[in-house]
Design a protein around this ligand. Structure first.
Ligand code: ATP
Length: 316
């Protein structure tokens, strides 16, 4: 049973004010490489937003800029209305998990104790967080022997040390097995239900599709789209079915009468858009048509994502 209620360290947790993440015209050049290019997006308080893009598209650079670890070439990043360096209590405002930097010889408990000292948190919080991420049984083992999933959970515990309202997580699902991804999903949903705002990156939409409310998609450092996940999926995944019958024109007419778009190609196949295969089968039966082929060619979630992240330059 997942426990998401975090024992409050300080009275900041209850009744927290809405926090928000804003990236405003951010560009970052590394020499001649433009890693992020005039990127703007914002994250509403209390939501989980997936920050999506192919490898090398600029996700980590953007997250590092939000956390004050990279100086923007242009533009600004704000958390809760301020640049990271201007936050009065940064560790209590935003928790982060970037690439793992845990010393392998350290135990999980020691690692968190160090972070507790840094965040001004009590020692008892270390135990609470170990329990929360279900690492209490492994607390005194060296991190070097941890599985990837355990390391990710330790990273999450560290990010939560200051009881922040905002979490920024770089590829938290990377390399996790389906069970680990399910655990992460429930964990993050629990944190969002407490009113926390979460921005998490991924280069695989399917890994986070059941976790996020909204998505920000980037390609080559530029914004492709920002939308609620449902809108994105609806816009890019209408049914597409290929059907073969000896009387394609009868089928096309029947489908058109039912309000669907159907086009008979020169090879005799009919391509139907927006109609599920079962309904096509029923319509064919009603019109006495024998179908020799019915193939669902609806793009998969990943096809949808690839179509977006390989989208042409003109959207820029
Ligand atoms: N410190 C750096 N020095 C030079 N180039 C860099 C540096 N950091 C990133 N880059 C380049 O900037 C671009 C964006 O990299 P970034 O790591 O932000 O992308 P990403 O979307 O997080 O990729 P990945 O999913 O592979 O981590 C890449 O071309 C990368 O090689």
């Amino acid at each position: 049973m997942l426990k998401t209620r975090i024992i409050q360290n300080e009275p900041t947790g209850a009744g927290r004010s809405p926090s928000i993440i804003e990236v405003d015209g951010l560009s970052k050049d590394y020499g001649s490489v433009r890693a992020v290019d005039r990127l703007s997006f914002s994250v509403s308080a209390g939501t989980i937003t997936g920050f999506l893009g192919a490898n090398g598209s600029g996700k980590t650079t953007t997250l590092r800029a939000l956390l004050g670890l990279v100086a923007p070439t242009e533009g600004n990043c704000r958390i809760d209305g301020r640049r990271y360096r201007d936050l009065r209590r940064p560790l209590s405002t935003v928790g982060s998990m970037l690439e793992a930097t845990t010393h392998p010889a350290r135990t999980a408990r020691n690692h968190l104790a160090m972070l507790a000292a840094e965040a001004g948190a009590s020692r008892s919080r270390v135990g609470s967080l170990l329990e929360l991420v279900e690492l209490d049984a492994a607390a005194d083992r060296r991190v070097g022997g941890f599985s990837l999933g355990m390391r990710q959970r330790l990273g999450l515990a560290g990010a939560l040390m200051g009881d922040p309202a905002v979490l920024i997580l770089d590829e938290p699902a990377n390399g996790l097995d389906p069970e680990g991804i399910r655990w992460l999903r429930e964990f993050l949903r629990g944190l969002a239900a407490e009113g926390r705002t979460i921005l998490l990156s991924s280069h695989v939409l399917a890994e986070v599709a059941q976790t996020v409310d909204d998505v920000v998609v980037i390609k080559a450092g530029r914004l492709v789209t920002q939308a609620p996940l449902d809108t994105l999926l609806a816009a890019h995944a209408s049914h597409q079915v290929r059907v073969r019958t000896a009387q394609p024109n009868v089928l096309v007419t029947a489908l058109a009468a039912a309000g669907f778009t159907a086009i008979a190609g020169p090879d005799g196949a009919v391509v139907v858009t927006g109609c599920p295969p079962e309904q096509i089968g029923r319509l064919a039966l009603e019109h006495g048509l024998v179908l020799s082929e019915i193939t669902d060619e609806t793009p998969s979630l990943e096809d949808t994502f690839l179509a977006l992240t390989t989208q042409s330059e003109e959207i820029r």
